[in-house]
Design a protein around this ligand. Structure first.
Ligand code: PLP
Length: 436
């Protein structure tokens, strides 16, 4: 591959301090296994699976070949009123690992689109049941549900929404579940289940029959890995059932093995009505997301429409794109054939041991983790996030990629990591933090 651009100016980078980056760029030019190579030739271990997308690591030939072969065979066909075989095959593969009775899969192109799609499905479902008065949605402080208008409306992160005030009305946020009095908790905190009663209070304040759906990340990921307290998700499920409210788990980060089961829903033993998926669906090799729904939701929406009529007026030009489906199928085969969800569960204890071994460092405020997902929150210095931004850069030049949100580094190694890779990640974190 030959690139000829001699300026960094034209590309407006997402979620990046553009001016700072362009002064001192960090370009990734290659990925293989758990390592990237930067543009200066340095080796960078991938401590966050890209952006939680790449459990298989990088440079998988089987995935690349599947995409290549598909593109030669047929690179595109309309997904409206025609389709391509890969979409059915991938949907079946995903449905086999989602909890029952979640068996219907709608393809989109990103996590953000999966959220918008789930919002519309919830509206369509209630309307089809004659409950179109359910127009209110419940989310949570510190939630991240992507960046489209739907996801921003549900967002509980101030920076992601304060500039964009004209978002969807009728969204209320429950309190988040992080408890400053309970630091360095490994796994699920013992206390905090009662925070789910915020939903009960909304039902009492607004009327449960006006609420369409509750959106939560089972583990709030981007905001810094907030593991749900024991009993919390169960309580949400009960309240939703009592009031006919749909429970949506945003599994964009948790899905596909990150918590040691196929989905966090299975790890925590709570089945939602709708799951939003993306990222590891294709190991990040092609942009793709999905919404997985209970059979009853699919059937209710379909049966409400006249025969031969389109049932759900929604879809994207690239829904179920052939290349993305080919990638997804190859990736799902790899997860299954290489037992990678079990491997994630097995490696988790070693990973969390390593992460929590950093607890003695003065610069650290909190450490949290579950499965192959952990966070190290640093004590802020100056403006919130200033230290985190600097540390993320320092880590990169010390040879490790970590996704930071504010002053919190989110660590999520690829499942193919060896114990020695985990050791390398923990060593690099310690060395970099020591210089603070
Ligand atoms: N939902 C969650 C829980 C996420 O973590 C993300 C992205 O990190 C999204 C939705 C949005 O996904 P995307 O960036 O693919 O639009």
């Amino acid at each position: 591959m030959k690139y000829t651009a001699n300026s960094l100016e034209n590309h407006w980078m997402p979620f990046t301090s553009n001016r700072d980056f362009k002064e001192s760029p960090r370009l990734i030019v290659k990925g293989e296994g758990v390592y990237f190579t930067d543009h200066k030739g340095g080796q960078v271990i991938d401590g966050s699976s890209g952006l939680f997308c790449c459990p298989l690591g990088h440079g998988r030939k089987d995935v690349a070949e599947a995409v290549y072969e598909q593109l030669l065979e047929n690179h595109y066909a309309s997904p409206f009123m025609t389709s391509t075989p890969g979409a059915f095959e991938l949907a079946q593969k995903v449905a086999r690992i989602t909890p029952d009775p979640i068996n219907h899969i709608f393809f989109v192109n990103s996590g953000s689109e999966s959220i918008d799609t789930a919002l519309k499905m919830a509206m369509a479902y209630h309307r089809a049941r004659g409950e179109g008065q359910r127009t209110r949605f419940v989310s949570r402080e510190r939630a991240y549900h992507g960046v489209n208008i739907g996801g921003v409306s549900l967002s509980g992160m101030v920076k992601n929404r304060e500039t964009f005030s004209g978002v969807m009305p009728n969204v209320v946020c429950m309190r988040h579940t992080w408890n400053p009095d309970e630091l360095f908790v490994r796994g699920q905190p013992e206390s905090g289940a009662e925070l789910a009663n915020d939903l009960q209070r909304f039902c009492e304040t607004y009327g449960g029959s006006t609420i369409a759906a509750v959106f939560v990340e089972p583990i709030a990921g981007s905001t810094g890995v907030l593991v749900p307290p024991k009993g919390y998700l169960e309580r949400l499920r009960t309240i939703c059932d009592e009031h006919g409210i749909l429970l949506v788990f945003d599994e964009v980060i948790c899905g596909f093995g990150r918590t040691g089961s196929a989905f966090a829903s299975q790890s925590f033993g709570v089945t939602p009505d709708i799951m939003t998926l993306a990222k590891a669906l294709t190991n990040g090799s092609q942009p793709m997301g999905a919404v997985a729904v209970k059979d009853e939701i699919y059937e209710t929406i379909c049966n409400a429409a006249p025969e031969n009529a389109i049932e759900f007026f929604h879809g994207y030009t690239y829904s179920g794109h052939p290349a993305a489906c080919a990638a997804g199928i190859a990736v799902q085969n790899a997860y299954e054939n290489e037992n990678l969800f079990e491997r994630a569960a097995d490696l988790s204890e070693y990973f969390l041991d390593g992460l929590f071994s950093l607890q003695d460092m003065d610069c650290i405020k909190d450490i949290r983790g579950y499965g192959m997902l952990g966070a190290v929150e640093l004590k802020a210095k100056g403006n919130p996030g200033a230290l985190g931004t600097q540390i993320q850069k320092n880590l990169f030049w010390n040879g490790m990629h970590v996704k930071f949100t504010g002053d919190t580094g989110c660590v999520a190694p690829p499942f193919i990591s060896e114990k020695s890779h985990i050791d390398e990640m923990i060593d690099k974190l310690r060395q970099t933090f020591e210089a603070i």
